[in-house]
Ligand binder design. Sequence first.
Ligand code: 6IA
Length: 139
Amino acid sequence: MKIYFAGAIRGGREDARMYKNIIRYLAKIGQVLTEHVGNIDINFKGEISNKDKNIFIRDINWLQMADVVVAEVTTPSLGVGYELGIAEKLKKPVLCLHKSSENYQLSAMLNGNNKFCCQEYDNLANAKLHIDVFFQDLI
Ligand code: 6IA
């Protein structure tokens, strides 16, 4: 099982620690192709020394290879939104996790898309439960 994890990089790194924890959990289920997204040492500029064009080509290849896409979408990110649109066109199963908050509402373009499984969570344990259910339903 190859898992493409998507999370904001230049969109903002506020949730990077949560990405790291989610990736660690996903790594028990399959191979996470994009472990770097949870690297808390990457700043908002992203991976240094990797040119944007190379990053784009590599990430699109990984998306094509992936069996499933899991995205943490609390921090809005152009890159993640783009990846999710591509994932839909590639007919990949998609789980979108977002934190519950009074100040935040998930984009209707994700929440209103019945091809995506959008789940709200309060804490890591809760996120793990959504992941378990999502992967059980895939089988
Ligand atoms: O627009 P964002 O940067 O927030 O987009 C984040 C999403 O796009 C993630 O899910 C990644 O898969 C992908 N992505 C965007 N930028 C990078 C990156 N470095 N390294 C790896 N994946 C990325 C950024 C550029 C660097 C040359 C400074």
